[in-house]
Design a protein. Structure first.
Length: 367
């Protein structure tokens, strides 16, 4: 078995703390499960800016391109808010996604039965919820040109962003959604704003055309939904959804909303994947859905489970260790069943634990 190379980018805020728990887990798996994972750790985001005056150096980018998978903690903090836009920590994420050609973002929204009371919705609405949102990641309004802020008459200014999609961009992310649905509950919902946006109309037409022309997906149910209605339905009746495929902007919003159905962003992982290159290799980056949470950084109370589950996704989608990935998922459920909780998911009658304690408890379940 050849050695797999992981690039760890802890980043800012709670990023280094939660990444430490993944490093502990990797060390355990290398010793006890003979996984032979090699890790390289580098700076990204604000941590990189503080040292290098850029949120992502070319050297780190090259290492990301040469890795079998990239694990990222979190980036950003209030001390960077006044930086020029191109220097802000979040630009590292956009550059990594663009240069690694990570066009498909997979964000599961799973409500663990042990945490159903953490959701703001009624238990019967969210219990055993399991949605996968597939967000297109390299097109749309976040990358469209022209963009910028320009002076206009009378001392005013105007901001410009351009929402653009091509057939290829839509079709490739649609295929990812249908392939996932085939292994799940065989339902795909495509969300757009075809009623007011030409790019949304193109999205709807191309998704439908893909479905009509690819008969291998005929056992899958396809529906189209306006993105604002999708947002409402996620709160009203989320269990109607299986896989939701949508563009960059709406995917950003809908996945955050779906995440909060579960009660805590601290529980939810994500994966970003490229197309296969000529050698059959897929580049990938894995990160928790939550942010850098600077208000609790350094206190040892951050929830590491989303980071650990992101690593589990890497084991499944990039490193071909499906069995170990499933074992980690089961270990997470087991520690929750035992009543261990970090402060963000704490409930009466449960045991409050630190970031490190939670990570160690996962390892204990894998022993």
């Amino acid at each position: 078995m050849s050695k797999k190379n992981l690039l760890l980018l802890p980043g800012d805020g709670i990023g280094p703390e939660i990444m430490n728990e993944v490093k502990k887990l990797i060390s355990f798996l290398n010793t006890k499960k003979n996984l032979d994972l090699a890790i390289n750790e580098e700076l990204v985001g604000g941590a990189s800016y503080d040292k290098n005056k850029t949120p992502l150096t070319d050297d780190v980018l090259y290492k990301a391109q040469d890795s079998d998978a990239v694990l990222l903690g979190a980036v950003g903090g209030p001390q960077y808010d006044k930086l020029d836009f191109a220097k802000r920590p979040e630009r590292a994420l956009l550059r990594l996604r663009k240069e690694l050609r990570l066009f498909a973002n997979l964000r599961p929204a799973i409500c663990f039965s042990e945490l159903v009371s953490a959701s703001s919705l009624k238990p019967e609405i969210v219990s055993d919820l399991d949605i996968m949102i597939v967000r297109e990641l390299t097109g749309g309004i976040y990358f469209g040109e022209p963009r910028g802020i320009e002076p206009i008459q009378n001392g005013e200014r105007k901001g410009i962003n351009t929402h653009v999609y091509t057939t290829k961009e839509i079709v490739r992310v649609t295929k990812v959604a249908f392939d996932l649905a085939k292994k799940r509950n065989k339902k795909v919902t495509s969300a757009e704003k075809s009623n007011v946006m030409e790019a949304g109309l193109l999205w709807k037409e191309e998704v439908q055309k893909f479905y009509d022309e690819n008969k291998q997906y005929k056992d899958i149910e396809l529906s189209h939904m306006l993105a604002d209605n999708c947002a409402m339905q996620l709160v009203r009746n989320p269990k109607q959804f299986d896989v939701i495929v949508t563009d960059n902007l709406f995917g950003d919003m809908l996945s955050d909303e779906a995440a909060m159905l579960t009660g805590s962003l601290g529980m939810l992982p994500s994966a970003s994947l490229s197309e296969k290159d000529k050698n059959g290799r897929i580049r990938s980056m894995y990160e928790p859905c939550h942010g850098s949470a600077p208000d609790i950084a350094g206190k040892g109370i951050a929830n590491p489970l989303a980071m650990i589950l992101s690593f589990a996704m890497a084991l499944k989608y990039s490193l071909n260790f499906d069995e170990v990935s499933d074992e980690i998922d089961k270990a997470v459920r087991a520690v929750l069943k035992d009543g261990l909780r970090t402060p963000d998911i704490m409930e009466d009658g449960k045991k409050k634990v630190s970031t490190s304690d939670m990570g160690s408890a996962i390892i204990d379940k894998l022993n």
